[in-house]
Design a protein around this ligand. Structure first.
Ligand code: LMR
Length: 328
């Protein structure tokens, strides 16, 4: 057994995945990288799995593989194009090889809160984004929310100058690389599954993530503290392989699409609360959470917002304007 195969065997034997699918059922493997519980994506994927297996029994069978047990986000889209996995929900930062349109979601301070993100995604422009990668073989089925990002490091961060010279893990996104360079930090792209180890061993000094990821993967335990900067977002696109999706019997596809819609609406409405609970859990576990004064926050905005102009050509000035109208 390879390491990956034994990890899968272990997951299945531990019962994380559902009981084996019956003969004749369409098998839908859903791979993701976060915790299964106390996490907006983990909870949504589990609810989707439960509903598909209850309501489509005999027709379809879903198996969710959380915690990068099947693939990490840097591999899953290629695996999907090969037909080895049918659904995934990578963060919008991880589609760079397929589209530059999603870069708008990585630009610092673009959206004032998750309601603004939701409104943008529900607009005609946002909905059209689900289909921007069909020529490359990927179809977006739904946006799923996580939440606003916070910075953490192995020393206190109050002003952007505190981050200068430090190494920060970022997702594999040129926008996030530029954002870290704008504050004089050194960006280190790496997979989510490697972040805890990199923080613990000092390969990197800090990272940026949502409360649910900082709590779920225990990053706060190997950091000096987390500063509530709310400087950006992590959100997801549930994607599938276009050919697989279009090859499904019509009734199966329609039922899956309906369940996906309902699960997305229900769980997106709870994502903020899930992150707030994770923040409380960090504090209760002894993690340090720092607040910024208004003046300190303005310094972060002033340092990072110039990044917008570098990517205006990719995301469209009209889309930036639309996002700002929603914030107003
Ligand atoms: C990250 O890589 O930090 C996140 O995209 C992980 C996730 O899926 O929330």
């Amino acid at each position: 057994l390879t390491l990956a195969a034994s990890a899968i065997a272990l997951t299945v034997s531990m019962g994380t995945a559902q009981a084996a699918c019956d003969d004749g059922e369409i098998v839908i493997k859903f791979s993701h990288v976060t915790n299964a519980d106390k996490h907006p994506k983990g909870i949504a994927a589990s609810l989707l799995e439960q509903r598909v297996n209850d309501e489509m029994n005999g027709k379809a069978c879903m198996e969710v593989f959380p915690n990068s047990t099947l693939y990490n986000d840097n591999q899953v889209l290629e695996a999907m194009l090969q037909g080895d996995v049918q659904m995934a929900a990578p963060s919008l930062s991880k589609f760079e090889a397929f589209t530059k349109k999603f870069r708008i979601f990585d630009l610092p301070f673009m959206f004032k809160n998750m309601d603004a993100v939701d409104a943008f995604q529900q607009s005609e422009t946002g909905q059209a984004m689900k289909e921007t990668m069909t020529r490359r073989g990927l179809l977006g089925l739904a946006f799923w929310h996580n939440g606003l990002k916070q910075f953490s490091a192995n020393q206190p961060l109050e002003l952007p100058t505190d981050a200068a010279g430090l190494k920060f893990r970022v997702q594999t996104s040129d926008v996030l690389v530029a954002q870290m360079e704008a504050i004089g930090a050194s960006p280190q792209p790496m997979a989510f599954s490697e972040v805890y180890g990199a923080l613990q061993t000092g390969v990197v000094d800090g990272q940026e993530n949502t409360w649910s990821n900082i709590y779920g993967k225990k990053f706060f335990e190997v950091q000096d503290g987390v500063t509530e900067t709310n400087h950006g977002i992590i959100d997801y696109l549930v994607v599938t392989n276009v050919d697989w999706w279009e090859g499904l019997p019509g009734d199966v596809r329609d039922q899956l699409a309906t369940i996906m819609d309902e699960v997305s609406k229900t769980r997106n409405g709870e994502a903020f609360a899930v992150n707030e609970a994770a923040k409380q859990s960090i504090i209760e576990a002894g993690g340090v959470v720092r607040q910024l004064t208004g003046e300190q926050r303005e310094a972060w905005v002033a340092a990072m917002k110039p990044v917008w102009s570098q990517f205006e050509g990719d995301v469209g000035a009209e889309n930036i304007a639309a996002a700002q109208d929603i914030n107003a």
